[in-house]
Design a binder for this molecule. Structure first.
Ligand code: SF4
Length: 302
């Protein structure tokens, strides 16, 4: 059976899949909604290049397969000692009201649903990766099943005006200038990782967070190994136990593949284990439960 969600090859209880290092807060754009609260000058307390090299050496302590290391900022190009390569994926960031992001800038839950369904349509033309939009994984599975069942997603997914507007624009644009991806690349399946579960963020000063959008530090690499922090601190361990999440996320059939945005939960209530506030799904409500159960089982197996 086809898998709709990719599983990390490693056991994420002991080895993170991805490791984010915020190399700088300097960025010329200085966007109003910036998570990093970027400014145009560098932070004198940022990790030095030698501390950064030591950090990268420590990551080897996770063992093989070595985590993917992503350098972020600010703008990493503002550091003359660091260079970054380009990628061929559209990485869609959903706003978390942290840093300079404000709650009033957020879209609604229903608009989230519309946008994620539209992203699925768009993934015919470009690879999509969502950040802090974990229930996109749920949407991918549901839409894949509805396609197989030849069922109308607009009705089943309760899609609204935002979806219809975006879909029409995409169709117009596709007629003019978009080429579908080749069959192998189509709908690159999302990776099953989440804050603290296959994911670590190191701030420019060496603080260790489960995500760059979840500002709860579990330690600092200047005095504790990031491997130890990831594996053993109670914050990271709790984030790897979706059964203990509060509200709908803790009882949802998608909790092991989605789990919701822990950062959104924290931003809304101060508790990173609370339910994802921007998901409309009611656990158990998807009509094709038998097929869903099979897909979830298949997708959960590595
Ligand atoms: S209720 Fe939570 S776990 Fe379930 S799909 Fe929504 S965000 Fe994901």
């Amino acid at each position: 059976m086809k898998k709709f969600i990719r599983q990390p090859a490693q056991n994420t209880d002991i080895r993170t899949f991805m490791f984010i290092w915020e190399t700088t807060m300097a960025c010329d754009l200085v966007c109003l909604h910036c998570r990093a609260e970027a400014i145009s000058r560098k932070d004198p307390r940022r990790l030095t290049i030698n501390e950064g090299k030591r950090l990268l050496e420590q990551i080897v302590g996770f063992g093989k397969p070595t985590p993917i290391v992503v350098l972020t900022g600010g703008d990493p190009f503002k550091r003359e000692d660091i260079r970054e390569q380009d990628v061929m994926t559209w990485s869609v960031f959903f706003l978390v009201p942290t840093g300079r992001g404000l709650i009033k800038d957020e879209i609604t839950r229903d608009e989230y649903e519309d946008v994620m369904n539209w992203l699925y349509d768009t993934s015919r033309y470009i690879r999509i990766k969502t950040t802090e939009g974990h229930h996109y994984k749920r949407v991918v599975i549901q839409l894949s099943i509805l396609e197989e069942e030849h069922t109308d997603p607009i009705r089943e997914m309760c899609l609204g005006k935002t979806y219809l507007t975006l879909r029409d624009q995409l169709n117009r644009y596709a007629q003019d200038s978009l080429l579908p991806l080749d069959a192998k690349a189509v709908r690159r399946t999302p990776m099953n990782i989440n804050a603290g579960n296959g994911f670590v963020f190191i701030s420019r000063r060496g603080d260790v967070f489960p995500s760059g959008f979840l500002p709860v530090s579990a330690g600092n690499v200047r005095d504790t190994s990031p491997v130890d922090i990831y594996r053993n601190t109670s914050l990271f361990c709790q984030l790897r136990q979706p059964d203990k999440f509060n509200g709908r996320c803790g009882k949802c059939e998608f909790r092991y593949l989605c789990g919701g945005s822990r950062s959104h939960a924290y931003a809304r209530t101060g508790n990173p284990l609370d339910e994802e506030p921007f998901c409309t799904y009611q656990p158990g409500s998807f009509p094709h439960q038998l097929k869903l159960k099979n897909y979830l089982q298949e997708s959960s197996m590595s």
